[in-house]
Design a protein around this ligand. Sequence first.
Ligand code: MOS
Length: 740
Amino acid sequence: MATTTSNPPRGARSGAERVDAHDKVRGATRYAADDARAGLLHAALVPSRIARGSVARIDTGAAERVRGVRKVYTHQNIGAFESGGFLMGGGFGFQSFYPLRSAQIAYRGQTVAMVVADTLEAAREAAALVEVRYEAQPFVAGIDAPDAQPQAQSALLPQPMFADRRVGDAEAALAAAAFTVEARYELPIQHQNPMEIIATVAEWNEGVLTVREPTQNAEGVRHGLAKQLGIEPARVRVLSPTLGGGFGQKNSLQSHTAAVAIAARELGRPVKLVLTRAQLFHNASFRPASRHHVRLGADREGRLVAAVHDIDQQTSRHDLFPSSGSEITSRLYGVKHFLGRDRLVRTDVQTPGYMRAPFEHPAAFAFESAVDEMAYLLGRDPVAFRLANDTAADPLTGKPFSSRHLAECLVQGSEAFGWARRDMAPGSMRAADGSRVGWGVAVGAYKAAMAPAFATVRLAGDGRVRVAVGGHEMGQGMRTAIALTVSRVLGAPVAAVEIALGDTGAAPQHLTAGSWGTATALPPVQEAAQRLMEDLRTHAPGAGANATALELLRASGRAQAEAESRRRAPGQPEQVYGRLTGGLPAAAGPVYPDYVGFSFIAHFVEVRIEPTTRRIRVPRVVSVADCGAVASPRTARSQVEGGVVWGIGAALREASEVDPRHGGFLNADLAEYVLPVAADIGRIEVGFVGKPDTRFNALGAKGLGEVAMVGVAPAIVNAVFHATGKRLRRLPLRLEDLLD
Ligand code: MOS
């Protein structure tokens, strides 16, 4: 990737290196799938070939005869086990449906049998020999199927957080507006493809189950498994110290984990299951397809006066995965009359779920495309139009923002990009090779959330600092941010700081998602480290003011010292710690008692469109984020670069193709699910406003991982309009969309 730092915008310093970098590049980092403990058995799944119905007959004879096969589990012989429930319904799983509990088939690719064998080869060979006869039922393939029936989310889920977003009278204000824009936008199903595939290793020792599985939610997996297996949570430990990417796909109990644990218990050996890439497409959550209808109204002075954002989002037949796209589109501008409504469409798939900026990326694509259309209708520069419609207070609640520097993002980004040189007229810019050139802008927002966490910081006489806190390292840089914080407070070398994350034996492990990881883990870690320093100073009264923690410890003559802290989000009651220790989601935001919290970003994009083939390139992106204080400059910049790459993928490459005849996904591998590669990525310049949000927490950090992606796709599509005069409203863009 050709990322330049030659002329970085303000705030983009290189910063300290990642604390886990050396282990990663040397291959020393151990992932669950690397586990090769003695006595390990290997599991392989048998997927359903139909999309809905039941197993009529299953013949495992041929599979059982494969040498090395220990057992073939089906719904008939695995024994009873409980549902782990659905994350959004008081449970622990990405869906409420757990295969092998009955003959029912709810989606294509669902597990109908699991083989356990001495070797992976034997397990996979045997899995292919399991013969299944099905009883098929009609199914709904996708969001646009003729028999798909959208239903109002507010009626399906009558809770305030899933209700319509309504302020003023948007319909009346639209009818009275001098200028209106109305458009429909389509986004496909997408599957996140972390480099690390989901893998589970289950082992029993004297009635205690240890599960090694990459998860963003070790506590949820622990409590979900305890419920499924009917054992005390104290008898389950889940370890997820490092993930090779999470992105929401690993945010909850997977539907196969209990089956692996059951096999390990019965066979008296540790069992490992590694899903295949194709099974990941069919057995883990994904970004649902969505359809957006946006209507905007503006007055003659160029003020947005009304907006209506209607969203249809796909869900499964067995669960309601709620949509909340207008949570951000209602806050991007000071629109006094806003209406946001969501409808859910039941389809026969595994339950879709969270994928980096799950609702915010689709919603911003639709809304920020429409805003660009409005700017052109009014003849206003798209940056100036956005600045003129900025707001200091949250239009929905009337509360102030904890901090909001979106205007700085736009101004700083314009300067770094050279936006002032842009000619407004579409088709007005050409490159030397004849390519059409377009410059586009769009903004994004993402809620600033926070969850409860416990932290312990312990200093030993040898200088080792051990930190335990709730949080999961998914590659986003949480360990680095924690190490830098502890090192700064204690005056200890970064290398001396050891950090236990994702270990239910070390500290309660709240789900790490929703970009709340840093704002959740860092404040209690910082406070525990500060308390440790205070304690050390009390015991070493003669020490100098600049003494490090280790100097103080040695002066006091003690062998070790330890301090703790627990923090929760503003406005959360004490009982929220019970949800944390019970493995249930306990995050707060964006609405707090005294303010509303969001991170913001502005993206500036150049596209080049080759005149014959219409091939679209993105040679240059400038992104400036307002995420409050930057806790770890290097990993923060890397988060934004990753978000921009995701946005390029979303705009130009990624779509999961549904098979309308049989259900499931046709391009379930990395050859046909097309992702951007290094050659697709040009210069990405990242800047940060860098103003700490100390109203939000003592560190001043909001969130970054997801806002980074929000608005990239519309900036690209707006740039394509600027290059060609064509408004494209369906992602991903295809070359044929640009043929005249
Ligand atoms: Mo994320 S999609 O909140 O893991």
